[in-house]
Every structure is written in structure tokens, then in C-alpha cells.
Design a protein around this ligand. Structure first.
Ligand SMILES: NC(=O)c1ccc[n+]([C@@H]2O[C@H](COP(=O)([O-])OP(=O)(O)OC[C@H]3O[C@@H](n4cnc5c(N)ncnc54)[C@H](OP(=O)(O)O)[C@@H]3O)[C@@H](O)[C@H]2O)c1
Length: 249
């Protein structure tokens, strides 16, 4: 149990990759704060799964696209856990449109929920991580930060900002014993993927992936959980790509 006694917060953990991260962290011994926006029943079900794995779990509603709510979220984490060792910035919502159709509100909201949420959440987590214990901050990114995906500009640019911020934070916070990394995925079978892209597009991605399928949430979550362990203690400031080889083509 490499993460026994550790406390983690995962944003957007009611579904998809965030849920899988919460469960993989719990499997390695961590207690987990499960953030969600609207789907309280799904979040409560994840909390039950974490408890069944032996960890403590708390469910915390907050809109990570709102700065005051991010502050409240971390204050709730402090009240429940007394501190924090692991922060996974995972929640997503984005305007999936061609650039010409993006409104300023679309652009700003996509940035708030993705890049700014990581910036603010990382700042708050650094206040709760004890340098004696050390800690890990991880952002979930996507290959759309580097490659052009149809209608993905606002989120792709936000992901590029997240990856850049990962490097700055890693450099500034090494002295605080906080490692900062990003885990980037190709297409992963989740609600977000199905909502944003049509069936034919998604099927074509599975076809061109050398490993012959779409990603599963656990494919990214296992990398996230491993990065939080001592086995990854010399890794910081990196974007770890887990994509079944799709970007090779
Ligand atoms: N799916 C992919 O193909 C893929 C590929 C690479 C990277 N990623 C990245 O992986 C991460 C998770 O994506 P996913 O596909 O697992 O998404 P998903 O299944 O759609 O789940 C989104 C999660 O984010 C939460 N959320 C949405 N807006 C929020 C807000 N304003 N504040 C707090 N929570 C909010 C949702 O909560 P509710 O349930 O309450 O609505 C839900 O838990 C994202 O960073 C995404 O960019 C995804």
C-alpha cells in the first residue's frame, strides 16, 4: 500500500477518468476527497467504492470554474483531512466548436474550468502539503495540447497552458518537496468523449491507435496513481503521454 496514510483530492471524480483516479489512489491506500459539480449520486457511489477499498472518502461539491468555490473546496479538504498530499486537477467542461464560432464567454469559461482551475487549485494545494511529507500535484492533459483535434481549440489551448504551468510549478516547488506533473491522454471512452464527438470520429480514432482500441479511464488513472508513489520520486515537470500510440501516426 504505497499511499497508505496519504490524503488526495481529485476534481471531477464523479465519473470517467476522475473516478478511475480516485479508485486507483484508494487501491494504493490513499483516502480521497471526491469533487463533483452536479451529479451527487454518482459522487456518493464513488465514495462508497473508495471506502470498500479501505480508504476514507469525502464528497465535496464545488464548481472549479469559480475562484471562490475553489477556495471553499480546499478549506473543506483541510476541515475533513487536516492536510493534503495529492491534488489531481481533472475536472473538464469545454466549448467544442470551430474557432470562428467560439464566443468570448465560451473561451473564458473553458479556461476557467481547465487552466485557471489548475492554477488556483495548485496554489491552494501547496498551502496544505507538508514539505516534510512531500506531495504530488498532477494535471490531466490531452494530446489536443499539441495536435489539432476537430473543434477542440479552446480546450487544446487550455491544455497547452496547463502543460506549461506544470513545468513552472515543478521548478518553483521542488524546494517545497512537491512534484508537479501532467498525464496526457489520447481519446478515452468517457461521457465527455461521447458528448463532444460523433460515433464515426471516435471509431476512426480506435482504428488508427496502434494498440487497437480507445483508452479506458484506468489507463490514465494507473499512471496518475503511480506518479504519486515513491517509485516516481525523481520525476517532476513532465508531461507523461499515455495514448496507446495514437500520436505515433
Ligand atoms: N475523455 C477523453 O477522451 C480524454 C482524453 C484525454 C484527456 N482527458 C481529460 O481527462 C479529464 C477527465 O475527462 P473525462 O472524459 O473523464 O470527463 P467526464 O467523464 O465528462 O467527467 C467530467 C467530470 O468533471 C466534473 N465537472 C465538470 N465541470 C465541473 C466544474 N465546473 N467543477 C467541478 N467539476 C466539474 C463532472 O462532474 P459532474 O459529474 O457532477 O457533472 C465530472 O465528474 C479532463 O481533464 C479531460 O480533458 C479526457
Amino acid at each position: 500500500m504505497p499511499l497508505k496514510g496519504r490524503f488526495a483530492l481529485v476534481t471531477g471524480a464523479s465519473r470517467g477518468i476522475g473516478r478511475a483516479c480516485a479508485l486507483e489512489l484508494a487501491r494504493r491506500g490513499a483516502s480521497v476527497a471526491i469533487n463533483f459539480l452536479k451529479r451527487d449520486k454518482r459522487a456518493l457511489a464513488v465514495a462508497e467504492e473508495v471506502k470498500a477499498l479501505g480508504g476514507k472518502a469525502v464528497v465535496l461539491q464545488a464548481d472549479v470554474g469559480n475562484a471562490d468555490e475553489v477556495k471553499r473546496l480546499f478549506s473543506d479538504v483541510r476541515n475533513h483531512f487536516g492536510g493534503l498530499d495529492i491534488f489531481v486537477s481533472n475536472a473538464v467542461n469545454a466549448a467544442i466548436k470551430p474557432v470562428a464560432e467560439l464566443t468570448l464567454a465560451d473561451w473564458e469559461r473553458t479556461f476557467s474550468i481547465n487552466a485557471t482551475a489548475f492554477f488556483l487549485g495548485a496554489q491552494e494545494s501547496a498551502k496544505l502539503i507538508d514539505p516534510e511529507r512531500g506531495g504530488s500535484v498532477i494535471a490531466i492533459s490531452s494530446v489536443g495540447s499539441q495536435r489539432v483535434i476537430p473543434n477542440y481549440a479552446s480546450l487544446g489551448v487550455a491544455k497547452a497552458a496547463i502543460e506549461s504551468l506544470t513545468r513552472y510549478l515543478a521548478s518553483e516547488w521542488a524546494e517545497l518537496n512537491i512534484r508537479v506533473n501532467a498525464v496526457s491522454g489520447g481519446p478515452v471512452e468517457t461521457d465527455a468523449l461521447k458528448a463532444a464527438f460523433d460515433y464515426h470520429q471516435v471509431a476512426s480514432w480506435a482504428d488508427i491507435t496502434p494498440m487497437g482500441r480507445l483508452g479506458a479511464p484506468e489507463d490514465l488513472a494507473r499512471v496518475v496513481a503511480w506518479l504519486c508513489t515513491d517509485e516516481a520520486r525523481w520525476i517532476t515537470g513532465q508531461v507523461i503521454l499515455a495514448d496507446g500510440g495514437i500520436t505515433l501516426r
